[in-house]
Design a protein around this ligand. Structure first.
Ligand code: GDP
Ligand code: MN
Length: 392
């Protein structure tokens, strides 16, 4: 789960990261008021969306007066920003963060990520942070400093100092860097984060460190024990297909194709998507309905898949171990009737109570297409799509 920049700054400041003063605004009037509260001089207006790359997309602007803030805020609120990370649909700006301006001498990149290879939290840093960090990471990956943290010992003081020196920091900055690193590490560990990123961590003209941008994302499987984090969820920033699925406890990932998938088990779902591709099609989603799915759950899965207007055919693939084919079949029939389906539905059932399941499908009188094997199901789904009109 992602949160906004202002929320991440609030969390990190609580752990000891230095951040500039700022205020939230939902209207141009509030933005102007915020500017006045911050002294009425130069301030930065920042679009709050769940995406980086806002600077390059026009979502971050240095303003010099209250009037300028009001005008720019009016321009940004309600606007959809397309960044290098949002995809073509973009993300709509509903809130702004108004922050006192900082005099920047240097921009440092600082990231905490989960390194799957070492199974540890890893720090990634660069003395050349800011908006070009992706380019640098691609062209000169060795220039990034990497450091792995031992979970038993935690982040050690000498590691922080070593990192600070590698980034070219000196004097009081070394201690400030150690404080910032410790704070980020604790925030990551104590709140079940998956990622903490400060880019840029600025060195000011006066030589101090301050976090000008912050990003955090969290492990959704741990949200049950982090209600204060879950309260920061902003559904307005989520893919509507994915938030509906999350609300119903379904594991769903939206994709670009047109073959809707309802499958049990993550591994089988991955294999089914592979088979669809092999047959020349494109999946519209990943969806794992999980074990022991009731007919009602199957109906919810259908509704979720159908929130995507691109879906032109649905493939149900169930290997019932804990599940039961007759429950799934009843769910498919119920969904077909309740939702008023008009697109082809291919059903492949295997495992517990398969004969009962197939009989329910057969005797339903509905135009459901049965398939015996996964390969056949995938081929049938690809063929069942409305035929595209040839260009010539
Ligand atoms: P991002 O593009 O989504 O990562 O947004 P950032 O918050 O990182 O802003 C982009 C760029 O705007 C930064 O790299 C900075 O160069 C600049 N910027 C952000 N905040 C400030 C600020 O308070 N003062 C000044 N002068 N520049 C800022
Ligand atoms: Mn940034």
């Amino acid at each position: 789960m992602d949160i906004h920049e202002h929320q991440a700054k609030d969390i990190l400041a609580g752990f000891g990261v230095p951040v500039p003063k700022g205020l939230l605004a939902f209207s141009p009037e509030q933005a102007a008021f915020a500017c006045r509260q911050l002294g009425g001089g130069a301030c930065v207006v920042k679009a709050q969306i769940h995406s980086g790359g806002r600077g390059a997309a026009g979502g971050v602007k240095l303003c010099h007066s209250e009037e300028e803030v009001r005008t720019y805020a009016a321009d940004l609120l309600g606007k959809t920003l397309v960044t290098t990370q949002t995809g073509a649909g973009g993300k709509t700006v509903h809130r702004l963060w108004i922050e006192e301006a900082t005099d920047i001498a240097q921009e440092i990149y600082l990231g905490f990520v989960l390194d799957r290879k070492s199974e540890r939290i890893m720090i990634v840093a660069s003395g050349h942070g800011g908006m070009e960090i992706e380019v640098l990471a691609e062209k000169d990956p060795d220039s990034l400093v990497r450091m792995v943290i031992d979970p038993a010992a935690g982040l050690l003081e000498y590691q922080s100092r070593e990192l600070a020196f590698k980034l070219g920091l000196t004097g009081a900055q070394v201690g400030q860097m150690a404080t910032t690193l410790r704070a980020c590490y604790r925030a990551y560990r104590d709140l079940d984060a998956m990622m903490v990123e400060i880019n840029p961590l600025a060195v000011t003209g006066a030589g101090d460190l301050v976090a000008l941008d912050a990003k955090m994302s969290f492990d959704t499987n741990a949200l049950y024990r982090r209600p204060q984090v879950e309260a920061m969820r902003d559904q307005g920033q989520e893919d509507p297909r994915e938030s509906m699925a999350a609300d119903n406890g379904l594991a769903y990932v939206g994709l670009d194709g047109d073959i809707g998938c309802i499958i049990n088990g993550a591994g089988l779902a991955m294999a089914t998507m592979d088979m669809i591709k092999l047959a020349g099609g494109e999946p519209a989603n990943f969806l794992d309905i999980g074990g022991g799915a009731s007919p009602e759950r199957v109906v919810t899965a259908f509704r979720t898949v159908l929130t995507d207007p691109k879906v032109s055919v649905i493939l149900v693939n169930i290997f019932a171990g804990i599940n039961r084919c007759d429950w799934i079949a009843r769910g498919v029939v119920q969904a077909y009737r309740e939702v008023g389906l008009t697109i082809p539905v291919i059903v492949r059932l295997s495992g517990t109570n398969v004969e009962e399941g197939r009989e329910i499908i057969r005797s339903s009188g509905l135009p459901l297409i049965s398939a015996d094997t996964l390969a056949e199901a995938a081929r049938t789904a690809v063929r069942a799509r409305p035929t595209p009109v040839a260009a010539e």
